[in-house]
Design a protein around this ligand. Structure first.
Ligand code: FDP
Ligand code: ZN
Length: 304
């Protein structure tokens, strides 16, 4: 992994300036370019709407707005044939094009109220939706923390960028960590769901992990996963007694994040196999999700 502060000799590019020509690069650039704008629009959109998304969750004004912004820009890319979002029921037909693009426009948007971190997740699949994680050709996420960063996985490499808006005119994406890999010695864990709702086998696993690692949990998958990518460890939104399928969505959340974590040398699981190997059944299907250092994921699968 490169040094997080060695940005001087790192690649610098104008996000979405049109210099990237293939559809996959374009999709990544569109999300990067939109990130400062999405961030800038959050302050006035912290209220709930009366609408629910396809998963039955009440939408925030910011969820709807970010979804519409990304839909119009991503469907305009030549080569993108399908667009799907956690915030809309149906897959949008974007015309001719071999790639299907998925977004979770604002992951962790319930953190808007308490002003904690959240993010945007992108998946680019070379297959019609719903698709397997193995059909991803790239995945990326934006993290709206104290600074805006973007992590991109493509061709087996993971890069972390800082995204900044210069004079409010264009967004600049500057690589700050190249060849990102999970540190060998894991440090942190973050597990979602109410503890009394955890299944016995997950609770047993959690007890062991609690003895070894320290808790870092902020309630937005992106923020919690980024801790694992930075320090090593394990993030889970597990199977629950009340909901064996967990909470997170395979197409929009679990697959893209598994793709990033595996490209960074980590592992992913749905409890039995890599998330990337799971056969999809529906666009909004949920899945238990476990990602992190390989040894920690292997132990989980062995105990399940
Ligand atoms: P949110 O509902 O705020 O959008 O995307 C779902 C998600 O956040 C994840 O980011 C997060 O890990 C999880 O749900 C947290 O859910 P609960 O607080 O309902 O357990
Ligand atoms: Zn989400």
């Amino acid at each position: 992994m490169g040094d997080a502060d060695s940005s001087t000799d790192a690649e610098s590019s104008r996000a979405g300036s049109g210099e990237s020509s293939d559809p996959v690069s374009e999709a990544i650039a569109v999300v990067a370019r939109s990130a400062p704008e999405i961030r800038g629009g959050l302050a006035g959109r912290r209220r709930k709407t009366d609408a629910e998304n396809a998963s039955g969750e009440v939408q925030m004004a910011a969820d709807v707005w970010a979804d519409e912004l990304l839909e119009s820009r991503l469907t305009a890319i030549d080569g993108v044939g399908q667009f799907a979002s956690e915030e809309r029921e149906d897959v949008v037909d974007a015309g001719e094009g071999e790639y299907a693009v998925t977004v979770d426009p604002l992951d962790g948007s319930s953190n808007l109220k308490s002003n904690n971190s959240m993010g945007t997740v992108l998946g680019v699949y070379d297959a019609d939706l719903p698709a397997r994680g193995r059909d991803l050709v790239a995945a990326a996420y934006v993290l709206f923390g104290p600074i805006t960063t973007m992590v991109v996985a493509r061709d087996g490499e993971v890069t972390e960028y800082v995204v900044e808006s210069k004079n409010g005119e264009f967004a600049e994406r500057r690589a700050v960590r190249e060849d990102v890999t999970l540190p060998d010695d894991p440090v942190v864990y973050g597990f979602g769901g109410r503890v009394p709702d955890w299944t016995d086998r997950f609770a047993d696993y959690a007890r062991e992990i609690e003895d070894e690692l320290k808790l870092r949990y902020g309630g937005a998958m992106i923020g919690d996963v980024n801790q694992v990518l930075t320090y090593g460890g394990v993030f889970a939104y597990p199977e629950l007694d009340s909901r064996p399928e967990g909470k997170l969505r395979l197409q929009f959340e679990a697959n893209p994040i598994a793709f990033v974590v595996e490209a960074a040398g980590g592992a992913s699981s749905n409890g039995t196999e890599s998330l990337l190997a799971a056969e999809p059944e529906g666009v909004h299907q949920r899945t238990p999700m476990y990602v992190g250092n390989e040894e920690l994921i292997e132990r989980l699968e062995a105990q399940f």
